[in-house]
Design a protein around this ligand. Structure first.
Ligand code: ADP
Ligand code: MG
Length: 341
């Protein structure tokens, strides 16, 4: 009998590793292939960055509560985020869609209104794509391209022991927004006459439905004269991304629970749901903030910034990846990430 391995035995990252372990490199211009937020290609005077991400109905979004315009917007944002995570400038996108006859032309035009809006705000050009039918549901795949000066590229690797770990913005909001939407969906399914309870949660709903990519942080760091030593975008939750950085850099890390930047609305709603706000900040996904490391010498340059928070530092690899709780106790960090399988 032929061997059959279930995907769930590997998980998302295990599956990617397995499928790509035999990848060969034939081109000298391929500087970095699989394993960072974007591929890095030598274009002579500069590097070209390429990143691709797919949004699948029923996995990444639910048509019951996702406005199509926001979906189009978000499909661009999640890809631009990976370009900024390399310290690059996003320039072009391609958009491919697979769509069932359940969607009207008007519905698809709504998606494109959101795509055009994101392109306008982030100054990127839609330069191509592909359109095909699907037997069920909607799939949007976007590829983003960008550039970065050769001496300004930042990889996931590159951090040094004692470098400070910094996050932009705040964490856990997108996850709490999703919890509210899921709750209201259940209420609606039980009684379609009920009006959704969405007062006072505007911020976290926006974090979930219409996230932004931190182009501004890349510019801000450059203005401050800071070159991050390593960087990644936070798509699967801080814990998961810290582990990626540590693995890539051959390092350990210590993250301080009390330093996690959590917005008040996120905090309050987490409490309403009987969830620990810190757990939501560590393991909630889709914030699309940046996580990066800086030399301790650069601390003074960012310490007063409203947009950046030092949450910890790199340690020796042997110390592992830990969260220091409010009692000063160091606990191994759990990183579930988002496992779709
Ligand atoms: P991100 O969360 O930043 O989008 P992923 O975790 O999706 O990154 O992917 C990790 C790495 O694996 C990336 O370099 C990505 O390009 C690569 N990758 C993911 N899926 C595949 C695949 N099916 N074939 C080849 N490379 C892949
Ligand atoms: Mg990424």
């Amino acid at each position: 009998m032929e061997k059959r391995t279930e995907i769930e035995n590997l998980g998302e990252f295990g599956l990617i590793d397995k499928l790509t372990e035999k990848t060969q490199k034939y081109q000298d211009s391929t500087i970095k292939g699989i394993g960072d937020d974007a591929a890095v290609i030598d274009s002579g005077d500069y590097f070209t960055l390429v990143s691709t991400d797919m949004l699948v109905e029923g996995i990444h979004f639910d048509m019951m509560y996702t406005p199509l315009r926001h979906l189009g917007y978000k499909s661009i944002i999640v890809n631009l985020s990976d370009i900024y995570a390399m310290n690059g400038e996003a320039k072009q996108v391609t958009v491919s869609i697979a769509v069932s006859s359940r969607f009207s032309v008007e519905a698809l035009e709504e998606i494109y209104a959101g795509i055009h809006k994101a392109c306008e705000l982030y100054k990127v050009d839609l330069v191509g794509g592909d359109t095909t039918s699907s037997t069920s549901g909607l799939i949007i795949s976007v590829t983003a391209m960008g550039t970065v000066a050769k001496d300004e590229i930042v990889y996931r690797s590159g951090g040094k022991e004692n470098d400070l770990l910094v996050v932009s913005g705040n964490l856990g909001g997108a996850y709490m927004g999703l919890q509210v939407l899921e709750r209201e969906k259940e209420v609606y399914k039980d009684n379609p006459n009920m009006q959704p309870q969405l007062e006072g949660v505007d911020y976290i709903l926006e974090r979930q439905l219409k996230p932004e990519a931190r182009k501004d942080i890349v510019h801000h760091l450059s203005e401050l004269g800071i070159m991050p030593t390593s960087m990644i975008d936070i798509s699967d939750g801080l814990a998961s991304e810290v582990k990626h950085l540590c693995k890539a850099g051959g390092l350990g890390a210590e993250i301080y629970d009390e330093k996690l930047p959590i917005d008040q609305e996120t905090y309050d709603v987490a409490r309403d749901f009987n969830l620990d706000p810190s757990t939501c900040a560590l393991n909630g996904g889709e914030d699309y903030e940046l996580l990066f490391s800086i030399s301790q010498n650069d601390y003074d340059k960012i310490k007063d910034s409203k947009h950046m928070t030092v949450v910890g530092h790199y340690t020796d690899k042997n110390a592992g990846v830990n969260v220091v709780d409010r009692n000063g106790q160091s606990i191994p960090m759990e990183a579930q990430g988002w496992t779709h399988f």
